[in-house]
Design a protein. Structure first.
Length: 136
């Protein structure tokens, strides 16, 4: 169940994340999405993995060991939308970016926001994402 005031916190979080530096294990795409989920629900999908990786290779290995896959991180806590176009503000999406899976958060106007190395906060259209989870 979403916490009261989640929508305002999400707006503030997206603005803050845009200013912060990308860093594996601190603010990468997975941590970005999981922090967004936690501020909405109080659930941290990465609670078992925080502080345990500091580069892409060790992050992928940790995710595989803890949840089996990137998809498994969100599948453990939330239901997938049957169609990515059903995603609403605050939901989590997954998209292939430069050959890698990346998590994003749905904002307004059919856009999803992603934390990207060297690029800050970037957006892609939700319709171009591969899957989505209903954050409730």
């Amino acid at each position: 169940m979403k916490l009261e005031g989640w929508d305002g916190r999400l707006v503030d979080y997206l603005q803050e994340a845009a200013r912060r530096e990308f860093r594996y294990g601190v603010l990468d795409c997975v941590i970005f999405a999981c922090d967004g989920v936690e501020l909405q629900t109080g659930i941290d999908p990465m609670d078992e993995g925080r502080g345990l990786y500091d580069d892409l290779k060790s992050g992928v290995k940790l995710i595989s060991e803890k949840r089996g896959s990137y998809e498994g991180i969100m599948d453990f806590h939330f239901a997938r939308h049957d169609n990515v176009m059903r995603a609403q503000r605050g939901d989590v999406v997954l998209r292939m970016v430069d050959g890698l899976k990346a998590y994003g958060l749905v904002g307004n106007g059919g856009r999803a926001y992603f934390k990207a190395q060297g690029l800050g906060l970037v957006h892609h259209f939700v319709k171009d994402c591969d899957m989505a989870w209903r954050i409730t």
